[in-house]
Design a protein around this ligand. Structure first.
Ligand code: ATP
Length: 357
């Protein structure tokens, strides 16, 4: 099912939770709604589900206005962060619940229910705990059962609100990979709310980055990470160094250094900021005549495949974060206190709104 929201506005008293939000959720894709706490992700999800009514705008389900359609008729499956499974029912009965409460003429036979529940428990790889009760399950198992329960009624769309938010980092990582594989098998149009950028980039086909009730960017994980549309997107999706300066004729003058601004940067003769990710910085030992930012290595540590370096600029004292492979770091044999030269391999330049006000 395709879902489209058009010009959605939602206010809570004086507060605008969603401000003219329009976007499409393509059929069979997994979309992540990503953004900081309070940016309106859950409110948008609840409006799509029919649990909340927008003040303006509409929701189209397969092209049809869903305004008059009740939650139950929208055929959505939900999984929430704290999904309350029925504690007094076994896992099996929890998954069967949605089928048992169907109106009599739509209700499957007892045998069909048994087959379906078995099938779903196999799908979430928990058929071996069918007779247990929820308090006897781990957090990760509970969320997988919640997902099986949501899928039992064959929803046309699956809405997941921070489904792994309450789990520890390791289980979270396992479950998001598992969710991706499950989605590849089922292809149900799914919307996944998260404030964890790594989770969104790893799991989603489409990422919608939200901020203060509006959309900053929509794109594939590659598009939003490598071609951020705004400083907010850049900053939200990972660590970043900021080089403040002035752009003139394609060059960003920052402190004593001239940095080549990228061709696409539509920034001319203005105060600007160069955004550079730590791994997009080339680091070399200082030698006279080498172009780049001269800096002192303050701290460095190599854990696993990546070495992280903290440097201090010689011209203005600002800190720079750089990253390189541990292998290269070992080969260079850098020592804390050494003078190095740093050069951005890739940089995005945005107008410095603060400086131009
Ligand atoms: P989080 O990740 O913290 O859940 P979110 O992006 O999902 O955040 P929402 O839950 O959509 O954000 O809330 C958006 C804003 O609207 C918040 O500031 C919240 O306090 C406010 N809000 C949400 N529901 C209500 C309500 N029923 N009454 C008043 N304010 C509300």
């Amino acid at each position: 099912m395709t879902i489209e929201v058009q010009h959605i506005r939602k206010e809570f008293g004086q507060f605008t939770a969603l401000d003219d939000v329009s976007l499409k959720f393509p059929d069979g894709q997994l979309t992540a709604l990503l953004g900081p706490s309070g940016c309106g992700k859950t409110t948008l999800l609840r409006i799509i589900a029919g649990l909340e009514t927008p003040d303006q705008g509409r929701v189209l389900l397969d092209g049809e206005d869903a305004s008059g359609t009740h939650v139950r008729e929208r055929q959505v499956g939900f999984v929430f962060q704290h999904y309350a499974l029925f504690k007094h029912m076994t896992v099996f009965e929890n998954v069967a619940f949605g089928l048992r409460v169907k109106p009599r003429r739509e209700r499957p036979s007892e045998q069909q229910i048994r087959d379906k529940v078995r099938q779903l428990l196999e799908l979430v790889q928990l058929d071996w705990i069918a007779d247990r009760y929820p308090p006897q399950l781990s957090g990760g198992q509970r969320q997988r059962i919640a997902l099986a329960r949501a899928l039992a009624v064959e929803p046309r769309v699956l809405l997941l609100d921070e489904p792994f938010g309450a789990l520890d980092a390791k289980v979270r990582k396992e479950l998001r990979r598992w969710l991706r594989r499950l989605h590849d098998e089922l292809h149900v149009t799914s919307i996944f709310v998260t404030h964890d950028q790594e989770e969104a980039l790893e799991v989603a086909d489409q990422v919608v980055l939200m901020n203060k009730g509006h959309i900053e960017q929509i794109g594939t994980p590659d598009q939003v990470y490598n071609h951020p549309a705004s400083p907010f997107v850049y900053g939200f999706l990972g660590n970043v160094n900021l080089f403040h300066g002035r752009v003139h004729e394609g060059v960003l003058a920052s402190g004593d250094v001239q940095l080549q601004a990228p061709q696409h940067a539509d920034v001319r003769d203005t105060e600007a900021i160069g955004y550079v990710r730590p791994h997009d910085l080339d680091v070399e030992r200082y030698a006279p005549g080498l172009a780049g930012i001269v800096a002192t290595l303050r701290r460095a540590h190599a854990i696993g495949p990546l070495a992280q370096l903290e440097l201090e600029r010689a011209d203005n004292g600002e800190l720079i974060e750089a990253a390189m492979s541990s292998e290269r770091y070992g080969r260079l044999g850098l020592k804390e206190g050494e003078t190095l030269v740093v050069r951005p391999r890739r940089m995005h330049v945005f107008v410095d709104e603060g400086a131009n006000i």
